[in-house]
Write a protein that binds this ligand. Structure first.
Ligand code: BJW
Length: 237
């Protein structure tokens, strides 16, 4: 890896990714011009209150995006591939924490991966909370396959809900020697605070790789600008 601090050490690496890494695979970001939040409002589709008020509308929003994954089959790009290569070749631990609900990291070969905002290809019972692999459309009345009274909702973290695996993520942030943030605007917490968590620990080098410096770029030791398909391989290889 270019400019790694000590070529002989095997410090743990944590990588946070956001919608920007999947942009060049054909998936929209949220807050760029023409992005998802210009097409629909957060209050309409991305809160528990929205789901309670109009479950069909919320299911339709995620059905459309799920179909985009299962039918259009966007391919991982060189940014995803470089991170999978980093995990294979780095002698220490590499943990990728993605805010993305697509499956492009796993399809690139990433193994040590946390989907902190959930996964489009999974559904969860509103009653027993069991999580099932799900490829098809959901409706407001899709029954839980375990036969209880619950219905299936997208396995997604909406605003006001707790992201997944936070304990494991904070443990990794406190131990890491390198933190990379890729393709995220840094406007949604708790992910936006990860860089400061690493800085508080004082031992990790922090790098932002983004199309352009984000609003939080001043918190990083280093910022590199450009499309993920170019800047990620250039940094990692
Ligand atoms: C490229 C590129 C290219 C483009 N190459 N780059 C007030 C203050 C502080 C916090 C709060 C507050 N009020 C409420 C909160 C909490 C709230 C929050 O943060 N709100 C903010 C709006 C202020 N957060 C929550 O509610 C979260 N839960 C929570 O906090 O629980 C309590 C808790 C407490 C303590 C510890 C732990 C938890 C839940 C957040 C749920 C987010 N859900 C969404 C939608 C669901 C998933 C989905 O439908 O896909 O997740 S919102 C949406 O934003 C989605 C994304 O994962 C998330 C982040 O977006 P991302 O990935 O950064 O995308 P963009 O579009 O913003 O940025 C893309 C970037 O890529 C840009 O910078 C481009 O330049 C760049 N780019 N092309 C490289 N080719």
């Amino acid at each position: 890896m270019s400019e790694a601090r000590d070529p002989n050490s095997t410090f743990p690496i944590v990588v946070l990714t956001g919608a920007g890494i999947s942009k060049e695979s054909g998936l929209d970001t949220f807050r760029d011009k023409g992005g998802i939040w210009e097409q629909v409002s957060i209050e309409e589709v991305a809160t528990p209150e929205a789901f309670q008020a109009n479950p069909e509308r919320v299911q339709q929003f995620y059905n459309d995006r799920r179909r985009q994954l299962t039918q259009d089959r966007p391919e991982p790009n060189p940014g995803h591939e470089a991170l999978a290569r980093l995990e294979r070749e780095w002698p220490g631990e590499v943990l990728v924490v993605t805010q993305n609900i697509d499956d492009l990291h796993e399809r690139a070969g990433q193994q040590n991966l946390i989907h902190m905002h959930g996964e489009l290809r999974k559904a969860r019972c509103t009653d027993c909370e069991s999580v099932v692999a799900w490829e098809n459309d959901l409706s407001a009345a899709s029954p839980c396959p375990h036969g209880d009274t619950g219905t299936l909702r997208p396995h997604i973290v909406w605003f006001g809900e707790m992201p997944f695996e936070m304990e494991r993520i904070f443990d990794a942030l406190q131990r890491c020697g390198l933190f990379m943030s890729i393709g995220t605007s840094g406007s949604v917490y708790p992910a936006a605070g990860f860089v400061q968590e690493v800085r508080r620990g004082g031992q990790g080098h922090t790098v932002e790789l983004n199309l352009e410096p984000s609003d939080g770029s001043m918190f990083f030791h280093e910022t590199r600008s450009g499309p993920a398909s170019e800047v990620v391989p250039a940094f990692v290889d």
